[in-house]
Ligand binder design. Structure first.
Ligand code: HEC
Length: 91
């Protein structure tokens, strides 16, 4: 009853915000800013140039600067996390 409601609220609250903060943000940033020179097929091309998480972060910073953006650390991190989860899957 009361106890159930509290547990449910806690579960929904935690799961909901964690997923939103990372996923929606990074994905939207890539979709809105990163399709000008290449589309998302480049992240899975056979001869891809990114082979580690630090590589990926450097590349995101490079492409972001090339694109004339000035993203915050949080935005860079969200995009790195999104690309890693959706395509690269480094640990
Ligand atoms: C000014 C043009 C340009 C824009 C805009 C751009 N990129 Fe790139 N990106 C490139 C080029 C060119 C390459 C391929 C470099 C190579 O093959 O050596 C590349 C490659 C990449 C790769 C490596 C793909 C691989 O081989 O695994 C990643 C990751 C990447 N871009 C991320 C992004 C992100 C994130 C954004 C948005 C912030 C973005 N790019 C926007 C030009 C751009």
């Amino acid at each position: 009853m009361k106890w159930n409601a509290i547990v449910l609220a806690a579960l929904l609250g935690l799961g909901g915000t964690a997923a939103l903060a990372e996923e929606v943000d990074g994905k939207a940033l890539v979709e809105q800013n990163c399709q000008g020179c290449h589309d998302d097929r480049i992240y899975t091309r056979p001869n891809r140039i990114i082979h580690s998480l630090p590589d990926l972060e450097n590349r995101v910073r490079f492409c972001e600067t090339q694109n004339g953006k000035q993203w915050s650390e949080a935005q860079i991190e969200a995009v790195v996390q999104y690309l890693n989860r959706a395509y690269y899957r480094f640990r």
